[in-house]
Design a protein around this ligand. Structure first.
Ligand code: VG1
Ligand code: CO
Length: 542
């Protein structure tokens, strides 16, 4: 097999964000752009010759073209085996699971997750290490350094590999194995949850809708919910992964999955509604005419964690990202478990999971996971809910009210301002930084600010530091947190996170945006969002 040395020129924008490299498809389609990044990745890794690489993606536009290029580079770079999801499909959690199950060196996942797909939208690439966890910052920094100086990559001139047929072939020194994308993951879920109990739940007439948003989870959901668990045919909606997600936005929240939320608020809505994002690592839970916030969902999973035998005696602690409202902290306290607050992005949870400091972790953006694998996992979270419902026989709403009655209700709202100009947004945050300390002691709309800080994080296991991860404004009775998104492909996205808590039962049914109104007004006054950005209102409210 002739290995070709292909000359190339560096690109200087190959910088990973919260979760891998995300750019417009047109950027990825520039000559050698993808190849440069992948070779820079390989140049940053040691000792993979002869080892296994997992490859798959969320099926968006450019997925399979990218896979064909990666196959050629991986063969030329002397990987021993490439394990690829059939038709190029692997959800992020399924890829993570395959990495550990097959003892791979690592895995490449082609996805821009919750960013829209199609020729005019986004593509992305991320790398998971041998523990199935997102590449740490130290590795992504190395990739960027290599990408700045790259002048050649290695490839082989072969025909495209057929991704549609399960089986093996050998090319050069590398075995190419196409595997069922769903099977191993579905088997693993059956080890974790009580499928018999959930099957009985569906047998008793329990009804569910699941919206795969034409993204990666369709095949997983159809097999797990309909085939294995006996949910009626038609439970899974939009189940075929499409290159442009059929025009749907692959981020399940009340703004972008409004069609689905509206359906769950009809009189004839099923008992349970769920959806997942582009690459299957996030989820959304709804009951009949009822929405569960991500921080409540995390808390409810924490509350019932040890009811699931897989976790019995293995509940070590909980972590949430700093912007995630502290609802779960009360659950941790009542169980005498340690609680950690990390920066945004799953990579910050992995060291805690691997060190058995925590068993459960979650983010306000609807990512939740456990030590079962080192990525967030949407279908796992949905199965967790189904298992809890099967055990308790309670509705989604009852389970949520139980939580509030026990611990009080934490109101949360994440308000994102997308498509902002970078410069005025940075000026706004610089101005906030300058006056942050002087805000302490000031009162806005009858709420007194008690403390402010810039969120800097030191990983308790690795000692790695992550600085400037956001601004915290703590009131006596609520919190504002703000930061810039690290997953966008153009402009800036400001994320404003609000939370406050009440034990007053008569307030439990308030709309969170109403409950948080004073803090939202305070934030606008403090940051002067409209003055700096020109935006009257957020684009996405969840
Ligand atoms: C967003 C979310 C964050 C999540 C990240 C990747 O990041 O806020 O919680 O971990 O997306 O998720 P940012 O930097 O845009 O706020 V995914 O499912 O898009 O890989
Ligand atoms: Co995702």
């Amino acid at each position: 097999m002739d290995i070709q040395v292909i000359k190339t020129e560096p690109y200087f924008d190959q910088i990973c964000g919260t979760s891998g490299l995300r750019k417009k498809v047109s950027v990825f389609k520039q000559p050698n752009y993808l190849e440069n990044f992948v070779q820079s990745l390989f140049n940053s890794l040691d000792g993979f010759e002869g080892k296994t690489l997992i490859i798959g993606g969320d099926g968006r536009y450019f997925n399979n073209q990218a896979i064909q290029s990666i196959i050629k580079l991986a063969i030329a770079n002397q990987f021993g085996r490439l394990i690829i999801g059939q038709n190029g499909i692997l959800s992020t959690p399924a890829a993570s699971h395959l990495i550990t199950k097959r003892e791979a060196f690592g895995g490449i996942i082609l996805s821009a997750s919750h960013n829209p797909g199609g020729p005019n939208y986004d593509f992305g690439i991320k790398y998971d290490t041998a523990d199935g966890a997102p590449a740490p910052q130290s590795l992504t920094d190395k990739i960027t350094e290599h990408a700045k100086t790259i002048d050649h990559y290695w490839s082989v001139a072969i025909k495209d590999v057929k991704l549609s047929e399960i089986g093996e072939e050998t090319i050069g020194n590398t075995v190419i194995e196409i595997v069922d994308s769903v099977k191993d993951y579905a088997e693993y879920m059956q080890e974790i949850f009580d499928f018999d109990a959930i099957r009985n739940l569906f047998k008793s007439g329990f009804k569910m809708h699941y919206d795969a948003l034409n993204a990666v989870t369709g095949p997983y959901a159809s097999y797990i919910f309909e085939t294995l668990l006996g949910a009626e045919e038609g439970t899974v909606l939009n189940k075929t992964p499409l290159p442009d997600f059929g025009g749907l936005h692959p981020e399940p929240n009340l703004t972008y999955a409004k069609h689905f939320a509206d359906m769950m608020y009809q009189d004839d809505a099923p008992d349970f509604g769920a959806a997942s994002d582009g690459d299957g690592d996030r989820y959304m839970i709804l009951g009949k005419k009822f929405f569960v916030t991500p921080s409540d969902s995390l808390s409810i999973i924490a509350k019932y964690m040890e009811e699931i035998p897989f976790y019995k005696g293995r509940f070590y602690g909980i972590a949430r990202s700093m912007p995630t409202a502290p609802a779960v902290d009360s659950v941790a306290k009542s169980k005498s478990l340690p609680i950690y607050a990390t920066p945004t992005g799953w990579k910050f949870f992995s060291s805690l999971l691997n060190a058995k400091k925590i068993s459960l972790c979650g983010e306000e953006s609807f990512g939740t996971g456990s030590f079962h694998l080192c990525e967030k996992d949407g279908i796992w979270a949905i199965l967790f809910w189904l298992n809890i419902i099967a055990i308790t026989n309670k509705s989604v709403q009852e389970l949520t009210y139980d939580l509030w009655n026990e611990y009080g209700r934490t109101f949360t709202s994440t308000q994102s301002y997308e498509g902002l100009e970078i410069e005025p947004t940075n000026m706004m945050l610089d101005a906030l930084k300058d006056k942050l300390e002087s805000l302490e002691g000031q009162t806005f709309y009858n709420h007194k600010i008690v403390q402010t800080s810039i969120f800097n994080y030191t990983d308790p296991i690795t000692g790695d530091e992550a600085k400037n991860q956001g601004y915290i404004i703590d009131f006596e009775d609520g919190r504002i947190f703000c930061r810039l998104s690290g997953t966008g492909s153009s402009g800036a996205t400001l994320r404003m996170y609000y939370s406050c808590r009440t034990n007053r039962k008569e307030l439990f049914s308030l709309d969170p945006v109403v409950a948080l109104d004073d803090f939202i007004k305070a934030a606008n006054e403090i940051l002067q969002i409209k003055e700096f950005t020109g935006k009257d209102a957020p684009t996405v409210v969840t």
